[in-house]
Design a protein around this ligand. Structure first.
Ligand SMILES: [Zn+2]
Length: 255
């Protein structure tokens, strides 16, 4: 019964609040990350983006006014990782907060002696457990036009959300029953350690070195590459690319 009601609700949303076709086509046409999607995938992405806009509240802050095009652009990117997973993978939170540019936050920091001090940081995005997804529009606009290859702040923050589905962000999202947990841990552990090694020897990193800061950041960064620059990821970490195709149930390399 619940399933049937949910199904009716989804059908109602899709038929009464669809994303305007012209806006949708323009967004998909303008950005390389959407290139190569089949017509079936484009239609599914449009459905997911419609549901995303209906279920989440997108709010611009610090004077940022969100146009319909901007909201659709955000929703389309946000739904790329769940294209073969479903909108329920984003259950449990509603807010998307968008800053015009990198934003400053003040955080408590505790040193080894237990002394707590306040630290100011500039962030391009962050995700809270059961809380909002936050990112800077300027950063996303640069990512979309390939100013930074393999980067996508929206996908980064939503990868954290997927990671947090089974508790805290630790680099392991809830794997599907047919996946091998041990294989995932080996492949990710090995790639993470080898990236840290390269950095400690001052060798140029094959991907954004921010990935080496924690397993959770590693998963978020490689998810960005998986969608925004799959060639680079598959070239340097083929086993890891394969694990991500199993988790996301898609292969952006084939597009
Ligand atoms: Zn992160």
């Amino acid at each position: 019964m619940i399933k049937w009601l949910e199904h009716q609700r989804i059908r109602y949303t899709l038929s009464h609040h669809p994303i305007a076709f012209e806006i949708w086509e323009a967004v998909l046409h303008d950005y390389p990350i959407f290139q190569g999607l089949s017509s079936v995938e484009r239609a599914r992405l449009r459905e997911l983006a419609t549901l995303f806009l209906h279920r989440k509240t997108l709010a611009g802050v610090q004077g940022l006014t969100l146009s319909t095009e901007m909201a659709v652009t955000v929703a389309a990117q946000a739904c790329l990782p769940i294209l073969e997973l479903g909108i329920e993978y984003y259950d449990g939170w509603v807010e998307v907060v968008i800053y015009p540019a990198a934003f400053r936050v003040t955080r408590d920091r505790q040193d080894e002696a237990g002394l707590v001090s306040q630290e100011e940081q500039a962030l391009s995005g962050e995700s809270w457990l059961q809380g909002p997804v936050i990112f800077a529009w300027e950063e996303d606009a640069d990512d979309l036009t390939h100013a930074h290859a393999g980067r996508n702040v929206v996908i980064h923050e939503l990868a954290h959300k997927l990671d947090m589905l089974n508790g805290s962000a630790n680099g392991m999202p809830p794997l599907h029953p047919e996946m091998d947990r041990q294989r995932w841990s080996e492949v990710f552990g090995h790639a993470f350690e080898s990236l840290k090694q390269r950095l400690s020897h001052h060798h140029p990193p094959p991907i954004n070195p921010y990935a080496a800061t924690a397993p959770a950041e590693f998963f978020a960064v490689v998810s960005e590459y998986f969608f925004a620059d799959p060639q680079t990821l598959n070239h340097h970490y083929p086993a890891l690319y394969e694990q991500l195709t199993l988790f996301y149930r898609q292969s952006p390399l084939d597009r």
